[in-house]
Design a protein around this ligand. Structure first.
Ligand code: UDP
Ligand code: MG
Length: 313
């Protein structure tokens, strides 16, 4: 019987230092995966350093190494999509280039899929060791809010590091949306999923691409992509303000009838006008976010453009 193939999809953006380390470590694990033929598929996400040269060299030396290079930086979500589209393996795994996703888990993941009947094996870190406490706090808060608002489960600490079979791969590819929030997409497709847990590992080399600000924007994008709760919230808020205004009118009418009409209270009027117009702007902003996403979605732009690639065969 011919050997099955496992494709490792590795998004890489400015990872010239990390890729050789990743390659070396992962090669070591190959010995523990005798039942499959391992293929490496690096996605160079428009790196501005020597990542592409490193990949060209690696693929010249090792025929198991393939790569796709984007015309510019399209983001990790697009890189994952491209990887899933181009991967030829029976099983595919998504891994970061910085060794924060331990390759040592691969044999266990493969075992769960081939022997235990799972379709997908995800990984989650149970600690956030080495991360600034403020960041951890907001990350936890985000997962709480997200899971309250959305039907789709977004698991706290879940990494993009996972292995899947063809069913799951096709499921994910069928979601061709432009605003890709992978953590939601992976949850949305369903299937039989197993979780492996591990302690957080710090980056082997290079720097993280995320700042507090970009993470915040990412979190907001995630909410807009997988929940319409903010829109409901806007409607409810509108209703609450209408009721409050109605009660206030009643109060004023009664007060005027009972006590006459002393012309006072304009400072409170100013406050009320500012409050209400603030709330209106906020609500318009929330609706605007959804409109903006819809606008981008209707353009049907490609998720990525390839400048150079070396694939199997
Ligand atoms: N990455 C990417 N495109 C980007 C940003 C990141 O392909 O625009 C890759 C990056 O090279 C790495 C992975 O995504 O392999 C995770 O990035 P990073 O380590 O910066 O994120 P963190 O682990 O800090 O969440
Ligand atoms: Mg990382």
């Amino acid at each position: 019987m011919e050997k099955k193939q496992l494709t490792l999809i590795v998004p890489a953006y400015n990872e010239e230092e990390a890729i050789p380390l990743f390659y070396k470590e992962t090669k070591k694990v190959e010995a523990e995966l005798p039942q499959v033929h391992v293929e490496y598929l690096f996605i160079d996400d428009g790196s501005t350093d020597r990542t592409l040269e490193v990949l060209r060299r690696l693929s010249a030396e090792d025929e198991q190494v393939h790569y796709v290079s984007f015309s510019r930086n399209f983001g990790k979500e697009s890189a994952i999509y491209a990887g899933l589209e181009k991967a030829s393996g029976d099983y595919v795994a998504i891994m970061d280039a910085d060794l924060q996703d331990p390759p040592a888990l691969l044999p266990q993941m493969l075992y769960s899929i081939t022997e235990e009947g799972y379709d997908c094996v995800g990984s989650r870190r149970v600690s956030r060791k080495g991360e600034p406490p403020v960041r951890s706090f907001f990350a936890r808060l985000f997962y709480k809010i997200m899971n309250r608002m959305s039907q789709t489960e977004v698991v706290d600490g879940a990494r993009d590091f996972q292995m899947m079979n063809q069913k799951v791969r096709k499921g994910i590819l069928s979601m061709g949306e432009y605003n890709r929030f992978s953590k939601g997409i992976f949850g949305w497709v369903g299937f039989k999923k197993k979780w492996l847990e591990y302690e957080n590992i710090e980056r082997a080399a290079g720097e993280t691409k995320w700042s507090f600000w970009t993470l915040t924007l990412y979190a907001l994008d995630g909410i807009v992509a997988f929940s319409t709760f903010p829109l409901k919230f806007v409607s409810i808020l509108g209703l609450v303000f209408c009721v409050a205004a109605f009660l206030a009118i009643l109060f004023i009418i009664v007060r005027t009838l009972v006590f006459g009409d002393p012309t006072s209270g304009w400072p409170s009027l100013v406050c009320i006008i500012m409050l209400v117009s603030g709330v209106q702007l906020l609500c318009m902003g929330i609706i605007g976010q959804y409109m903006a996403k819809t606008y981008l979605e209707t353009k049907k732009r490609p998720l990525y453009l390839v400048e150079e690639e070396k694939l199997e065969g």
